[in-house]
Design a protein around this ligand. Structure first.
Ligand code: DAH
Length: 341
């Protein structure tokens, strides 16, 4: 019996060495130490031993059971350690690898212009108003005193949705919306996209940006208009920039004017940027026509006002010396990356 026990121990340790997984280890345990395992089988023969030999065999069997159990427990520990090591190895982060490069966008030059303009006018006490890009014919034309047969109303100039709705052709309808919403004193600006049925070329885009301004109060005069716009020109283009008011005609203002400023490039000398004139046109303006005030429910006997509107693409192009409006809409990163300021 002793031989059998020792043989079993030998076989067990050999098998233990070959065990590769915890599941196999379990099988091994059942095979040797289980209820009807190898050890139990051998012990069944205990009855055939001499009485005095039995305790010795019993002790040997116990010893064997304990040492085999311990050997399996340490094997299990080894498995657990290996598993942990494998996990750590797999989850290791190589902190020496270079990080992923995040490329930062830049503020679009037109947006820079818009932000600066808003700053200038908000500092002068103007509020910022908003209006929709899809506008009524009434707000875009009628309420602005535009004659029914004005060429700008034609299909070749304006995008129509139907007989009563257009893509706004200027930001001036926001004047109407503001005057219908509030009574004087009014000091507002509005910035946004406008649309005209123009062919695309270096100076035209069917979609472009405008800024509108409107002041209505008691005693507002042409002097206020000039003072305000001259101050704006100085703040945006520099102290030495001079402005020139030329008479013009708009349906919604009377009198009306266009404002030119000294060329940013030649400062009035005359160059190819200003076609040799020394001046560049930047906006339209005038005293709000009394019929426009009345249409919006404002007493034109008591109140007067001035208004102005300017093309922001144009102003952006001047400030950054961009010679083709298309660059502003092509989203070419090589172009946009140049504007770091
Ligand atoms: N709405 C005009 C345009 O798009 C610009 C303009 C001129 C706006 C005179 C005004 C103004 O407010 O008073 O050409």
């Amino acid at each position: 019996m002793k031989e059998k026990l020792l043989e079993m121990r030998k076989a067990f340790y050999k098998a233990l060495e070959e065990v590769l997984t915890p599941a196999e280890l379990d099988e091994l345990r059942i095979y040797y130490l289980g209820k009807s395992g190898a050890l139990k089988e051998i012990l069944k023969q205990m009855g055939g031993l001499r009485k005095e030999d039995r305790p010795v065999m019993g002790e040997l069997a116990n010893e064997l059971r304990d040492s085999m159990g311990e050997a399996m427990a340490s094997k299990l520990k080894e498995f657990e350690r290996m598993l942990l090591e494998k996990k750590i190895e797999e989850e290791k982060i190589d902190i020496t690898l270079p990080g992923e490069k995040i490329s930062m966008g830049r503020v679009h030059p037109t947006t820079k212009t818009i932000r600066e303009l808003i700053d200038v006018f908000v500092r002068m006490g103007f509020s910022l108003e908003d209006g929709p890009e899809v506008e009524s014919v009434y707000n875009n034309f009628d309420a602005l005193n535009s004659p029914k047969d004005h060429p700008s109303r034609g299909l070749s100039d304006t995008f129509y949705f139907d007989a009563s709705r257009v893509l706004r052709t200027h930001t001036s309808p926001v004047q109407i919306r503001t005057m219908k919403k509030m009574q004087p004193p009014i000091r507002m600006i509005s910035v946004g996209r406008c649309f005209r049925n123009d062919e695309i070329d270096a100076t035209h885009s069917p979609m472009f940006y405008q800024m509108e301004g409107l002041v209505v109060d008691e005693g507002i005069s042409m002097a206020d208009l000039k003072g305000t716009l001259e101050e704006f020109v100085r703040q945006l283009f520099g102290e030495e920039t001079r402005s020139l008011f030329r008479p013009h005609n708009f349906p919604f203002t009377e009198p009306s004017a266009e404002v030119d400023i000294t060329c940013f490039k030649c400062h009035g000398e005359g160059c190819r940027f200003c076609s040799g004139t020394g001046y560049i046109e930047i906006l339209g303006c005038g005293m709000v026509h009394p019929s426009v005030l009345e249409e919006c429910g404002i007493d034109s006997e008591k109140y007067t006002g001035f208004a102005f509107g300017m093309g922001l693409d144009r102003i952006t192009m001047m400030r950054y010396e961009i010679d083709d409006i298309r660059y502003l809409y092509e989203n070419d990163k090589r172009f946009l990356d140049q504007f770091r300021r």
